[in-house]
Design a protein around this ligand. Structure first.
Ligand SMILES: NC(=O)c1ccc[n+]([C@@H]2O[C@H](COP(=O)([O-])OP(=O)(O)OC[C@H]3O[C@@H](n4cnc5c(N)ncnc54)[C@H](OP(=O)(O)O)[C@@H]3O)[C@@H](O)[C@H]2O)c1
Length: 302
């Protein structure tokens, strides 16, 4: 890979995605900021990115990208390839939150969340992989979550989508390493972005009632953490920096998993990641995968 790379980031109009595109473009990369509805509801964010573009060291473009729409994903990836001639990194950042008892979300709402958080990632990677295989290089970064390693109450459906990304990323890494392509997952703790406030709200409100006391307790804990009662409020820029660091790490040596977040949220995933690396080593040996698996697994980080 070149030191400056061609990078597509989904969900770039806010939160981690917005910080990531700016960080990467300032570092000199050619960055495509994927934004859905960039001429409509996200027009102001798109305008701000267009204003930023001439001030950064790299190139910063906007592509319209709705990860739940096959045609939009295919078109966005094609635009990157037509404009830049290659595609080195996909950052699967777009996501939808839901804070709700599992049973209070309707089946349609669950499908809506999975369409963005899981199927959206599959669509993006499926669209990007032919180009990456032709280049014999590439990097797929999934934005998971600490709740993708251990679910917290009322994150069940969201956590399930992030658990799914863990399995996908493990298998992508095994399958793609010999083709020169890496997969990695970032596991952020809780950060003050729009992910839950802007997320799916249970429409089946009668089903929320029996859980209300525990939900109130949980919300109070989150609010306390996000208002600095337990220590410094975590800065979302940390996640953008971790993504930039992964991209800057030489190909073939990037960790599978990187944990980032506040104290008290990192330790559990770090323990699980260490244990899963040990289990993987034993499984790989028993299954005889070594001749095909060219990348070290390197769980952990953070
Ligand atoms: N903040 C946290 O505590 C935390 C922790 C762990 C993981 N994460 C993950 O980090 C990622 C970024 O979230 P964030 O925290 O930065 O929250 P955010 O500010 O709400 O960002 C989510 C982004 O995803 C976009 N998006 C949602 N559905 C989309 C679709 N169908 N197509 C294209 N873009 C879509 C949103 O666009 P719109 O504005 O148009 O909806 C928005 O730009 C998510 O995957 C989230 O699950 C967040």
């Amino acid at each position: 890979m070149n030191t400056t790379q061609v990078i597509l980031v989904s969900g770039s109009n806010s939160g981690f995605g917005r910080l990531t595109i700016e960080t990467l473009a300032r570092q000199g990369h050619t960055v495509f900021a994927g934004i859905r509805n960039s001429a409509g509801k996200n027009a102001a964010a798109a305008h701000a990115i267009r204003t930023l573009a001439p001030t950064v060291a790299g190139a910063l473009h906007i592509v319209d990208l709705d990860v739940t729409d096959d045609a939009s994903v295919t078109q966005a990836v094609q635009t990157v390839i037509d404009t830049a001639g290659r595609l080195d990194v996909v950052v699967n950042n777009a996501g939808v939150g839901a804070f709700s008892p599992i049973e209070a979300l309707t089946h349609d709402q669950v499908q809506q969340l999975f369409d963005a958080n899981l199927f959206g990632v599959l669509r993006m990677n499926r669209a990007a992989l032919p180009q990456m295989r032709a280049q014999a290089s590439g990097l797929l970064i999934q934005i998971g979550s600490v709740v993708g390693r251990m679910a917290y109450p009322f994150t069940g459906i969201y956590a399930a989508s992030k658990f799914a990304l863990e399995g996908l990323t493990e298998a992508y890494r095994l399958e793609l390493g010999a083709l020169g392509i890496e997969a990695a997952i970032v596991e952020p703790g809780l950060y003050p972005t729009n992910i839950f406030a802007g997320g799916i709200v249970p429409t089946d409100s009668a089903r929320v009632v029996p859980y209300q006391a525990f939900m109130n307790h949980t919300v109070a804990g989150v609010q306390a953490a996000m208002s600095g009662e337990f220590g410094p409020v975590p800065d979302p820029q940390e996640v953008a920096d971790v993504i930039a660091q992964l991209i800057a790490t030489p190909a073939g040596t990037r960790p599978l998993r990187t944990v980032v977040g506040m104290e008290g949220q990192r330790e559990g995933p770090l323990l699980l990641n260490t244990a899963s690396e040990q289990v993987f080593a034993a499984t790989q040996q028993a299954a005889g995968w070594e001749p095909f698996v060219t990348l070290k697994r390197g769980d952990n980080g953070g």
